[in-house]
Design a protein around this ligand. Structure first.
Ligand SMILES: Cc1cc2nc3c(=O)[nH]c(=O)nc-3n(C[C@H](O)[C@H](O)[C@H](O)COP(=O)(O)OP(=O)(O)OC[C@H]3O[C@@H](n4cnc5c(N)ncnc54)[C@H](O)[C@@H]3O)c2cc1C
Length: 467
């Protein structure tokens, strides 16, 4: 019998598999996806948020534990477990040497949109390179990997893992780590979670999924049905406004449109609906998905003029371009009169001081609702550009309740041999909101803990059986 079964094939699963193997356990990893699509959402990531008390290789200055914690507290509005959050924060300070040993390379952040050079370590080659490095290392260490292996049921007994099932096949193990992601790719479940709005629309019908199609939440649902303790709300997720032309799955990072703070956003009725200049883009990009989800038709339009060009990361699809605002309205199929009125009203309300996109500058609107607090400049210099944006779901926050040992709980009692890591438990730390790079901090910390704990549980049982 295998010692540790790891279910999932992304960052959290790989961290668990590597740690369990390093601890001397035999390990089998089951990835639902075929080999060419392995790695889940982790193949799309770019960086890891890291605590550090002084400059460290690719990280500038310092980002102490308390500041990281306060950032997390702020974005979650308190929907976080301080003990688990601090555990993940501390682990983020010392995991990179281990990651390097398994072939991950880091690079400094590029200058530009996200101002993350102090807080986040970027992966050379992105998440795809990270995942490939981990798979290579896992194979070299003797971890068995099976692709096209979607687990559809779990056998549990008294809160303990017994076996996983793939159709008629039954796989027993002494311990198990669940690291099978959220349920964001399950469109029917997303529909149910978001429900119907006042206009009778099902908002989730217009969502795009930024990552893998394989995170269907099958095991999350199975665990809910088995009575595991659950944390988080089904409608909470990381949700970004992305190019409406993005594919339904796996559009990844390049479908994000980062010029909202440089222009205005209007809805289908050509009306503005939120302060585009409220704060720096890295602190606000993840609220726009939900804001767009609340608009009729779940669509928004980001409008900029030529002054914005060169000041944001170019998205993969070019914007709709026009020489006049009238033409732009026609191309975007927005009501022309209202569009012209909205832009004219905005332009007249702009109080332009010294424009500086790298600080909270003094360019703002006066007498306009909603205000634009910073970077407000008239949209008056052709050519004009428009991007249609839809809600892009990154990952859901509903998950399994856990503790500092990454154990799955039943009625408050931790399982002795069933553990959880990554998006499947991120809601313990991240009940709401987001701060860039923390998904990987949580997944790496708890993946490593889960692997260590699962190996310890399995080896103990093996020794017990041999005695
Ligand atoms: C476009 C994009 C960019 C992102 N950028 C960042 C970033 O820069 N920094 C950051 O911290 N976070 C980022 N995230 C979030 C990030 O992906 C997660 O925090 C982290 O990678 C999740 O790791 P995970 O292992 O929990 O899940 P995943 O990487 O999604 O892995 C889940 C795995 O489980 C497998 N699986 C699912 N169901 C089953 C089943 N029934 N049986 C077997 N296997 C199954 C899937 O195939 C997949 O391999 C990003 C996400 C997206 C989509």
């Amino acid at each position: 019998m295998i010692d540790v079964l790891v279910i999932g094939g992304g960052n959290a699963a790989l961290c668990a598999a590597l740690m369990a193997r390093e601890a001397g356990a035999s390990v089998l990893l089951l990835e639902a996806a075929p080999r060419e699509w392995r790695g889940g959402n982790s193949m799309h990531v770019r960086n890891l948020r890291c605590m550090h008390d002084a400059p460290q290789d690719v990280l500038l200055d310092a980002y102490p534990e308390e500041e990281f914690w306060q950032d997390l507290l702020k974005v979650t509005g308190g929907a976080t477990d301080e003990k688990l959050a601090r555990l993940a924060i501390r682990a983020s300070s010392n995991c990179r040497d281990w990651m390097r040993r398994h072939g991950v390379h880091f690079q400094p952040s590029l200058s530009g949109t996200l101002h993350l050079a102090r807080t986040n370590a970027f992966f050379m080659g992105g998440g795809k390179a990270l995942v490939n490095a981990y798979y290579r290392s896992a194979q070299a260490l003797g971890v068995q990997v099976r692709y096209d292996a979607p687990v559809d049921a779990l056998e549990l007994e008294g809160g303990r893992f017994v076996a996983a099932r793939i159709g008629a096949e039954r796989i027993e193990a002494r311990a198990c780590v669940l690291a099978a992601g959220g349920f964001e790719s399950n469109l029917a479940w997303m529909r149910e979670a978001w429900g119907q709005n006042e206009q009778g629309e099902w908002p989730a019908d217009n969502f795009l999924i930024r990552g893998t199609r394989f995170n269907q939440g099958v095991l999350l649902k199975a665990m809910m049905n088995a009575g595991a303790d659950i944390i988080g709300e089904p409608s909470q997720s990381h949700c970004v406004a992305i190019d409406a032309r993005a594919p339904l799955y796996d559009g990844g990072i390049c479908t994000r449109v980062d010029c909202v703070s440089l222009g205005v956003m209007v809805n289908r009725d050509a009306l503005r609906f939120y302060d585009e200049g409220e704060d720096f883009w890295p602190k606000r990009y993840a609220i726009w998905g939900r804001l767009v989800a609340q608009q009729a038709g779940q669509i928004g339009y980001c409008i900029i003029d030529s002054k914005a060009i060169g000041r944001f990361m170019p998205p993969v699809f070019p914007g709709v371009q026009a020489q006049t605002l009238r033409e732009l309205a026609a191309s975007l199929e927005l009501p022309e009169a209202q569009f012209l009125q909205t832009i004219a009203g905005f332009n007249a309300a702009c109080r332009v001081g010294t424009f500086d996109h790298t600080v909270l500058d003094d360019c703002h609107t006066e007498g306009l609702q909603p205000v634009k607090s910073h970077w407000a400049r008239p949209i008056d210099t052709p050519p004009f550009f428009g991007y249609a944006l839809r809600p892009g779901i990154t990952f859901t926050y509903l998950g399994l309740k856990t503790d500092e040992h990454a154990a799955v709980h039943f009625g408050g009692v931790p399982s002795g041999n069933l553990f959880v890591a990554g998006e499947m438990m991120a809601g313990n730390v991240l009940g709401r909101g987001y701060t860039a790079g923390v998904g990987m901090s949580i997944g790496t910390a708890f993946g490593r803990i889960a692997g260590t704990q699962a190996a310890a549980a399995a080896l103990k049982e093996r020794a017990h059986a041999a005695a």
